[in-house]
Ligand binder design. Structure first.
Ligand SMILES: [Zn+2]
Length: 552
C-alpha cells in the first residue's frame, strides 16, 4: 500500500517552474508534492484523471479583510444586507453561515475554497486585536491564513523614530510581530491616523506633514520601518497603504512613497486607490495617473503592488485609515463606525456603492484594470479587490475575464460614464493576459512576494495546494467553478461542493531581535497601556494548526 495520489495528464500552469501548459502528472504524498516513486511497480492509492483539465497551484489572496475587530463590526453593521443575501445552509460536514459583502467566518473559508483559493492574508490587524483575529481564523476553514500587523501609527514606532533609535525600532518591530503571532508589518496612512485621533477631521496631507507631538513625518515612518523590516530579513518586509487614499491628486504622494523606500523591498497595496490626478474636491478634474506610476514601478524592481480593483455594486468599506472612514461616511452619508485602538491604530467602516454611471467610480474601475495591464512584469502586480473594499473576492473570476478578453473590457467601458474614455488609457490597451500570467498574479507572484517558498508552485516540496479547472472560452465561467480543489493533498472541494473542510494553518513569523530592548519597551508599555505587559503577547494556545515561515 502506498499513500500516493496522482493527478494524471493535466495541462499544468506552473510559472514559478517555467511550465506553461505542458501535460504532466503530479504526485502527492503526505500533503506535499513529491517526485514520482522510483519503483515503477508502486501504484498511487488514488488517481485523478485530469486529461483536458487545467492544473494550477492553489490561489493566494495577499490582501483581504476577513478577520479581527473591524471585520466583525462590519458584519454586525449590515443586517439589511445579510437578510437579502444567499444563505449558507448547514450540512453534515459544514457550518451554516451568512454572506453579504462581509461573509461570516465559516462562509468565508468555504467560498474562498470554492473559488480555488487555499491561502489568504488579512491585511490590517491591530496587535491588541490579535487574539480576536486568531480566534476567527480558527473558525475560517479550508485556508492557510495569516495577518499583517498595523504599526504605522504605533506610538513606540513613532517615538523610536523621533529619538533617532533605529536599533530600538528594529527590535520593537520584531517583538510586536512575535507578540501578535503576525506575518508582516503593515503601515496604514502612516502618521495620519494618529493626527485624526486628536484633532477634529485631522490627517496628514503628504509625506512631509508633521505628526504633532511625535514630530515625525510619514516619510520618516515609511523609510525607517521599511529599512528595519528589510534588515530583519522578514519574508514580506513591509505592506504599505499610502497617505491620502482616494483623494484627487494623490498620485504624487504615492510616487513620493515609492521613492521613500530608498531601494528597499516594499509592497504598495490597493494601488488603484492611490493613482488619481485632479484637484482638491473637484470631481470634474479627476483622472488616471497609472501611466506615470506604472512607469516608476516598471523601472524599480524593489516595488510590488496589488491592485484593489473596484467593481460596480454595493459593498462595505473597512479600513485601518480612520480619517478615510470619516471622509467616506461624509461622501455616502450612511452608517459610520470609527475605532481607536489605544497606542496602536484606528479604523473606520461605512457602507458604499460603486456606480458605473458615476465618473469617479467608473474611473476607479478603469484605473484598477490599467494597473494590471500597464505593469510589464506580472510577477510584481497581484490580483486583489481589497476585499470587501473595492468589491468581494468573489469577483476574481470576473476580473480574470476583463484581463483575458479585451472585447469584454471595451463593451463594459461603453456602459460607463461617457467621459471615462478621455480620462484614462484603458480603452486603448490591447494587451490580454495568458493563463500563465493569470497563474502568476493569483498564486505564483503573491507566494514569491510573501516569501512563501512552499506555495504558489507545483515542484516537489511544495504544499499540495492545487486547483483543477475545466477550460472554457468564457474565463469567468472557467474560474468561478473549479472542477477540484486540493489542500494539503486532500480534495476539499469537488465541483463546488465542500467535501472535506480541513482547518488550515496559521502562518506567522518569529524574527530574531535584540532582547536587550525589552526592558525599555516594558517600561513604556506599563506606563501607557491599559493592559499589563505580561498579558499582551498571544500565547501558543491560540494557534491550533500553525507554521512559522522562515525569513529571507
Ligand atoms: Zn485593505
Amino acid at each position: 500500500m502506498s499513500d500516493y495520489i496522482k493527478i494524471a495528464g493535466g495541462t499544468i500552469h506552473d510559472p514559478a517552474n517555467d511550465i506553461d501548459g505542458a501535460v504532466r502528472d503530479i504526485w502527492i504524498s503526505g500533503g506535499k508534492i513529491v517526485n514520482p516513486p522510483e519503483d515503477p511497480s508502486v501504484k498511487p492509492s488514488r488517481t485523478i484523471d485530469a486529461h483536458g483539465l487545467v492544473v494550477m497551484p492553489g490561489g493566494i489572496d495577499m490582501h483581504c479583510h476577513i478577520a479581527g475587530p473591524k471585520v466583525n463590526v462590519a458584519r454586525k453593521m449590515r443586517p439589511e444586507e445579510k437578510r437579502k443575501a444567499e444563505v449558507i445552509e448547514r450540512t453534515a460536514i459544514t457550518h451554516s453561515g451568512t454572506m453579504g459583502s462581509v461573509p461570516s467566518t465559516f462562509a468565508t473559508g468555504y467560498k474562498y475554497a470554492g473559488l480555488g483559493y487555499t491561502t489568504a492574508f488579512d491585511a490590517a490587524i491591530p496587535p491588541l486585536g490579535a487574539r480576536h483575529a486568531h480566534e476567527e481564523f480558527d473558525d475560517t476553514p479550508c485556508l492557510d491564513k495569516g495577518f499583517y500587523v498595523l504599526m504605522g501609527n504605533n506610538h513606540y514606532v513613532m517615538r523610536s523614530i523621533q529619538q533617532n533609535e533605529p536599533q530600538k525600532l528594529k527590535a520593537f518591530i520584531a517583538w510586536l510581530l512575535r507578540s501578535a503571532k503576525g506575518f508582516a508589518p503593515k503601515l496604514v496612512n502612516p502618521g495620519g491616523v494618529e493626527v485624526w485621533k486628536h484633532k477634529q477631521a485631522g490627517n496628514v496631507h503628504g509625506l512631509d506633514s508633521e505628526v504633532d507631538h511625535f514630530r515625525v513625518t510619514p516619510r520618516q515612518i515609511v523609510s525607517q520601518v521599511t529599512q528595519a523590516a528589510n534588515e530583519l530579513g522578514l519574508p514580506h518586509p513591509v505592506h504599505i497603504h499610502c497617505n491620502n487614499l482616494g483623494m484627487p491628486g494623490n498620485w504624487e504622494t504615492t510616487l513620493e512613497t515609492m521613492k521613500a523606500l530608498n531601494g528597499h523591498k516594499g509592497h504598495l497595496t490597493h494601488i488603484q486607490f492611490h493613482s488619481y490626478g485632479g484637484g482638491d474636491g473637484d470631481e470634474d478634474t479627476f483622472n488616471s495617473k497609472v501611466t506615470q506610476l506604472a512607469d516608476y514601478v516598471n523601472t524599480h524592481d524593489n516595488i510590488t503592488v496589488d491592485v484593489g480593483q473596484v467593481l460596480f455594486g454595493e459593498t462595505t468599506s473597512m479600513t485601518g485609515d480612520g480619517p478615510l472612514g470619516y471622509f467616506l461616511s461624509n461622501v455616502y452619508g450612511g452608517k459610520w463606525f470609527s475605532g481607536d485602538t489605544e497606542m496602536e491604530a484606528g479604523c473606520g467602516i461605512t457602507p458604499i456603492k460603486y456606480k458605473n454611471k458615476s465618473l469617479v467610480h467608473a474611473l476607479q474601475w478603469a484605473i484598477g484594470l490599467e494597473w494590471y495591464l500597464q505593469v510589464e512584469d506580472p510577477w510584481r502586480v497581484v490580483m486583489s479587490t481589497d476585499h470587501p473594499n473595492g468589491g468581494s473576492f468573489l469577483a476574481y473570476p470576473q476580473i480574470i475575464r476583463y484581463l483575458m478578453d479585451r472585447q469584454y473590457r471595451k463593451d463594459v467601458i461603453k456602459t460607463c460614464h461617457p467621459r471615462v474614455k478621455d480620462r484614462c488609457t484603458l480603452g486603448d490597451i490591447e494587451r490580454e493576459y495568458t493563463l500563465n500570467e493569470i497563474a502568476i498574479i493569483t498564486r505564483a507572484g503573491p507566494a514569491r512576494i510573501l516569501g512563501l517558498k512552499n506555495k504558489g508552485h507545483l515542484a516537489p516540496g511544495a504544499d499540495a495546494d492545487i486547483t483543477v479547472y475545466t477550460p472554457h472560452e468564457n474565463k469567468e465561467t472557467m474560474f468561478e467553478l473549479p472542477r477540484l480543489v486540493i489542500k494539503d493533498g486532500q480534495i476539499i472541494v469537488d465541483q463546488g461542493d465542500i467535501r472535506h473542510p480541513i482547518q488550515g494553518k496559521t502562518l506567522h513569523i518569529e524574527p530574531e531581535y535584540d532582547t536587550g530592548v525589552e526592558a525599555d519597551i516594558q517600561e513604556w508599555f506599563e506606563e501607557f497601556y491599559s493592559i499589563r505587559w505580561r498579558n499582551y503577547p498571544v500565547d501558543a494556545s491560540y494557534l491550533h494548526e500553525s507554521e512559522v515561515v522562515p525569513g529571507r
